[in-house]
Design a protein around this ligand. Structure first.
Ligand code: ZN
Length: 250
């Protein structure tokens, strides 16, 4: 099944800044697994909803493309540290696989959980690193923030999009895809996400964080970057404990 990766990906294909963006799926239902994935759960479960493809395309055009396609992957975010980290992560991927990271904007929810907004993995032969963003889940977060009354909600959303994308790039840096949801890999990748992405966001640019990242970052600061510290272990457990070990393999 995993060999069918490129058959499952359909729709719009564009090369931007050397990173390939695709759109797949259409109906807001749960997706079938396409790759061996690292799971990144960053928001709560939402009720099922019906989304049309044009709803999602409009959302991608107005809320995602500017920050990701026009800025992040082009190295043009106003945050140099993050541009550099993206460049270095993609370079590692290219060095290992010979190809840029494939980014897919998925029009379905993730198979494991409706709160999963992004996942990373590789094709069965290990030759393509695949980063998937689950648009219905991201739209749920966007709408919750928009309706929150927080005057900085849009800044929070934008920092969140950068963090979830860059967190997947942290997974992509190493060539160890697992066939199940692996909390120890999440701990490792979030540790580096805090160090190389969230810390500069907060300490240098004063950006507001989404609650999930905020909780992890606070724990990371208290633990002083020690992934064995109980405060950090608990913070990661709170997010991934219930889905750790889940797999699509029988
Ligand atoms: Zn992750």
């Amino acid at each position: 099944m995993r060999k069918n990766l490129f058959i499952l990906l359909t729709g719009i294909l564009a090369l931007v800044g050397g990173v390939c963006f695709l759109i797949s799926g259409a109906n807001g239902e749960k997706s079938k697994p396409t790759v061996t994935e690292q799971i990144c759960q960053t928001s709560q479960v939402q009720k099922p909803r019906v989304l049309t493809k044009s709803d999602m395309e409009y959302f991608i055009m107005t809320e995602i493309n500017g920050i990701l396609r026009s800025q992040l992957v082009m190295g043009e975010l106003p945050y140099v540290e993050i541009n550099e980290r993206f460049k270095s992560s993609n370079k590692l991927v290219v060095g290992r696989t010979g190809k840029n990271v494939n980014v897919t904007l998925v029009a379905n929810y993730h198979w494991a959980h409706k709160g999963v907004e992004a996942a990373e993995g590789c094709s069965s032969d290990g030759t393509v690193a695949c980063l998937e963003l689950y648009i219905p889940a991201i739209m749920n977060t966007f709408e919750r923030l928009r309706d929150s009354g927080n005057p900085e909600w849009r800044k929070v959303f934008q920092s969140h999009v950068i963090v979830i994308f860059m967190h997947e790039m942290e997974h992509a840096r190493i060539a160890s895809p697992s066939d199940h949801i692996d909390i120890s890999e999440e701990s490792r990748a979030w540790d580096d996400t805090c160090r190389y992405v969230i810390d500069p966001m907060v300490e240098i640019y004063g950006l507001p964080l989404f609650k999930t990242e905020d909780g992890l970052y606070r724990a990371w600061k208290i633990a002083n970057g020690n992934t064995k510290d109980p405060v950090w272990v608990n913070a990661v457990q709170n997010i991934y404990g219930k889905i750790d070990g889940l797999t699509t393999k029988k």
